[in-house]
Design a protein around this ligand. Structure first.
Ligand code: ADP
Length: 473
């Protein structure tokens, strides 16, 4: 907070554990609502100075932070694996991904262009400027402990805002390390504040009702996102929400099946199924259904479970015991309603939160897994007969984040690409996230976009300056 390590006012701490071993890594301050208030005060003071710096100056500071993140890549990756559980190779990928937003928004800081609009009469002109929205607050999840923070914070700083971040209580250490590296890189004190706390509802509520916090950016569950939007309504705060998904993954009869299987492995089993864009429902045309299931089941057995710190491991544990219990309940419900288990299906190790990569077939819409985000390595496979049925089933959900389709027919790519009710479509591609392209959902998956040239818009206000009394043209 305010550029220095600060204990909670009441002195309490909470432990952070390694999900692969259950061991306590360390303890962090359990900040109260009052502490969070002090962080906001610091952010107000810092922003007043920062907004006066030019885009070019802000870019230089962000570039220095980017360099620090790259320099400490291995240490950050090891920490991500330790507190979150993902395999080291994925953690390294996350550091690259997380750092890429800092680099991208460093560049964008210089391009916060306005507009010149001809006036309605000869003696007037309109100028449009983009100005920082002010103090922002972010609430972030545990599945990408670095990237979910950098893509908000870097955009905010590039725009001239300051930020108070409340990271997930499961993964506060990566957030603290990123903030420490920002300070070392010369990011002014108070621009990035990390409030670690077990009182997420209390601190979240403060963010929503504090009149100086002008923007809330949240990534997490749809339930909490709706709550934050409701609580921000009285102050009419700008809110961005990146919420849950129920991604359809559609494999047509003309798809390259090998490529589709690799796509499912990436889109379903990466991060052990714990991403909001994970394939949640796999729709396969009946002509290729059996070949697909056989191919996927063979591929799944190659995945290696274990402690992510072991370089040979491809599947880390789930984040905690509750996540395993939910996965077990989803499989049990599906089997009770007639699904068939092709492989996996249960807990892998009694001592930590691993869940076996699982494939279910004969899945239908009555099952919980068809309607809920699993956040676990479970692939439920549905059969379809024709395009209309596939489209209808794919859109039959309240969510609208991500969809995947595999086909070799260009006309079908456009037809589905334009009609799927989601914010992002992967066409013959299982991993689409990049700082270059807009990320976000529609329907109950969220509001707003992160990354790309659109991401900075979440942190600015558009203002018009009307110049009158000019010499008439
Ligand atoms: P997940 O199921 O992925 O953990 P959550 O929405 O519960 O999703 O958590 C995402 C983030 O939201 C975390 O930082 C968590 O601490 C925070 N959070 C949880 N409940 C609330 C709440 N009532 N108000 C504000 N933040 C919350």
């Amino acid at each position: 907070m305010n550029g220095s390590w600060t204990p909670a006012a009441h002195g309490r701490v909470f432990p952070v554990t390694n999900p692969a071993t259950g061991a306590v890594i360390t303890e962090v301050a359990d900040m109260t609502v009052e502490d969070a208030g002090a962080a906001i005060d610091g952010a107000i003071a810092a922003q007043a100075q920062w907004r006066e710096r030019s885009g070019k100056e802000r870019a230089a500071v962000l570039r220095a932070w980017h360099a620090k993140l790259k320099e400490h890549r291995e240490a950050i990756a090891a920490l991500i694996t330790e507190e979150q559980g993902k395999p080291l190779s994925e953690a390294r990928g996350e550091v690259e991904f997380g750092a890429s937003f800092v680099e991208w928004f460093a560049e964008e800081a210089k391009r916060l262009y306005g507009d010149l609009i001809p006036g309605p009469t000869g003696d007037r002109r309109f100028v449009v400027v983009k100005q920082p929205i002010g103090v922002c607050a972010a609430i972030t999840p545990w599945n990408f402990p670095l990237a979910m923070i950098t893509r908000k914070v870097a955009a905010a700083l590039a725009a001239g805002c300051s930020m108070v971040v409340k990271p997930s209580e499961e993964t506060p250490l990566t957030a603290l390390m990123a903030a420490q590296l920002a300070t070392e890189a010369g990011v002014p004190d108070g621009l990035i504040n990390v409030v670690t706390t077990l009182d997420a509802p209390g601190v979240g509520e403060l963010f929503c009702r504090h009149e100086k916090v002008r923007k809330i950016s949240f990534t997490g569950s749809t339930r909490v996102g709706k709550l934050l939007l409701e609580r921000s309504a009285p102050g009419l705060k700008k809110v961005s929400l990146e919420l849950g998904g129920n991604a359809p993954f559609i494999i047509f009869e003309d798809a390259d099946l090998e490529r589709a299987i690799e796509g499912v492995v990436a889109a379903k089993y990466r991060n052990s199924g714990q991403t909001c864009v994970c394939a949640n429902r796999i729709f396969v045309h009946e002509a290729v259904h059996d070949a697909f299931v056989e191919g996927l089941s063979q591929r799944i057995v190659e995945l290696r479970l274990g402690n992510g710190a072991d370089e040979t491991v491809t599947q880390g544990p789930l984040i905690n015991e509750r996540a395993v219990e939910k996965a077990e309940a989803l499989v049990e419900d599906a089997l009770a309603r007639g699904a068939q288990l092709e492989c996996g299906g249960g807990r892998w190790h009694p001592e930590a939160a691993w869940f076996e990569p699982t494939v279910l077939t004969s899945v239908d819409r009555s099952m919980r897994i068809a309607n809920e985000e699993a956040f676990a390595p479970i692939a439920p496979v549905f059969r379809f007969r024709n395009d209309d049925e596939a489209l209808e089933m794919a859109n039959d959900t309240a969510y609208g984040l991500m969809a995947y389709l595999y086909t070799s027919d260009v006309s079908r790519m456009w037809h589905f690409g334009e009609r799927l009710e989601v914010g992002m479509v992967g066409i013959n591609e299982g991993v689409i996230s990049s700082e270059l392209a807009p990320f976000g959902g529609i329907k109950e998956s969220g509001i707003g976009r992160e990354g790309s040239k659109y991401g900075i818009d979440e942190y600015v206000e558009i203002k018009q300056l009307c110049f009158g009394g000019l010499r008439p043209s």
